[in-house]
Structure formats: C-alpha cells, structure tokens
Design a protein around this ligand. Sequence first.
Ligand code: CAA
Length: 259
Amino acid sequence: MSFKNVNFEKDGKMVVITINRPKALNALNSETLVEIDSAIDMVAEDEDVLAVILTGAGKSFVAGADISEMKGLNAIEGRKFGILGNKVFRKLEKLEKPVIAAVNGFALGGGCEISMACDIRIASSKAKFGQPESGLGITPGFGGTQRLPRLVGLGMAKELIYTAKIIKADEAFRIGLVNKVVEPEALMDEAKALANTIINNAPIAVKLCKEAINRGIQTDIDTGAAYESEVFGECFATEDQKEGMGAFLEKRDKTFKNK
Ligand code: CAA
C-alpha cells in the first residue's frame, strides 16, 4: 500500500514509519491520521516485524494537529477529530510490538502526543517539545492531558499544558519525557541500534512486557501484579523460554523463534 503523507519502510524485522508532510511541518490532518492508522494495521498484521520506529521527514517531527483543518470546526466536528486522533494513538500504544519515537525536530501538540503513545522516545538535540494548545484556545486533544502527567508527573504536566511553553530536548530529558538525547546525525542510528537490541530478545516476552506495563500503570498494584503473574506463566508455554534458559545454562548463543 502506498500513502500520500506517510512513508513505510520495512528493513528486516524493523519498520520505519516516517510522517511525511514537510510543507506543513508534518502537521496531522485527518488524511494523515487515517494513513498512520493503516500503517499501524500493516505492522500489526506482519509477524516478521518485531520493532517499529516512528519519525518525521525534514526539520520537524510533528508540529501538531493541523490548525488549518481545525480552525473552522464546530463542537461536534472538533469532538470527532479528537476521537480520531485518540483512536489512532491508542492503537499505536496498544500495538503488540515495541515502538520507538525518533524525535528529529518539533514535537508540539499532537506531535508530543504521538511521541508519548510510543514506548520509548529518543530525541535529537534539536528537538523541541510542548503542548501549545491553550495558546490556541483549545485543550490538548490527542491524549496530552492523559499521557503527559503519567510520564512526567502532575505538577510538571500541568505547568507545561497551562503555560503552553516549548522546551528543548535537554529539558525534556531532565523531566523524563525522553529517554535519551543524541546529535541529530546520530538519531536514526541510535533508534535502530535500540530497536535491534530489543529485537534480539524473545519477541513474545517483549510483547507481554509491554502489555503488562501498559495495563499495570492504569490499575492498582494487586491487579497489576496478578496480570504480571498471568503473562509470566504464559512465557513458560513458549519455545523461546526453553531456548533462552537452555542457552544460558548450556553457555551457548540463543536463537529465538517468536514461538
Ligand atoms: N498545523 C498546520 N500547519 C502548520 C502547523 C500546524 N500545527 N505547524 C506548522 N504549520 C505550517 C505553517 O502554517 C507553515 O505553512 P505555510 O508555509 O503555508 O505558511 C509551515 O508549516 C511552516 O511553518 P512556520 O513557517 O511557522 O515554521 P517556523 O519554523 O517559523 O515555526 C513552529 C515552526 C514553531 C513549529 C510553528 O510552525 C508553530 O508554532 N506551529 C504550530 C505548533 C502548534 O501550535 N501545534 C499544536 C497544534 S494544536 C494540536 O496539536 C491539538 C491537539 O492536541 C490534537
């Protein structure tokens, strides 16, 4: 399938999804959101893919939801647009494969929000983050009020959202919004190296770790621990558990089969 605003490149066990609408700094209009949704479906259906990198073309990661599209919306249409973005980002968050955001530039509004729906964020030193919505007369609409406080804590999230201030990559790192900051030219190599490290581990275990963490963070610790015991047990029904532990005890290299 070919897209207008999204590049989809498969390289072995990895897929790189690049949001490619550089004239609008990769702002997310409905068309682009629908294409991202389809790209996520393609990854979900491909058993060979074990990790995804999400990035932006040109100098921006994603400069937010498309302001030209939003400007004339009424309340019903605004709600519908918000539901679309939230649906796509939730699908990304629930994708049963690890997703790394390689944040190459502006990650504002919907751009910061899509990065937060990824599992891990690596930022270029040129990246900038923020939720500028209150300065536009709206609230964050694609998950910012929900994921930012979960990532950086209530006080910091409220400050960022109420002030609409834009922060640099090093500040994003300091508050825990990004995992690592690297030089711009090293960004994709760094993201790919991280993806490969994950790919070399047992895919079913990685998938279940993601599910346990994502479910657990939203529930009480007893429910979360019970779920962890479920997925932990499930691992013992896999060939890869026998392989991983066998290889350790036999002091040999392991070969996981995603089975
Ligand atoms: N929507 C639509 N178009 C956008 C856009 C956006 N979010 N961000 C940038 N563009 C367009 C600009 O309108 C401009 O188009 P033209 O060339 O046709 O004039 C083009 O991209 C280049 O942008 P600038 O000339 O502004 O580039 P710059 O380097 O001077 O500034 C910037 C870069 C600081 C990111 C600035 O473009 C900007 O502030 N963009 C808006 C950021 C923003 O407010 N994002 C939040 C949107 S609301 C949202 O996302 C809601 C939600 O939660 C769902």
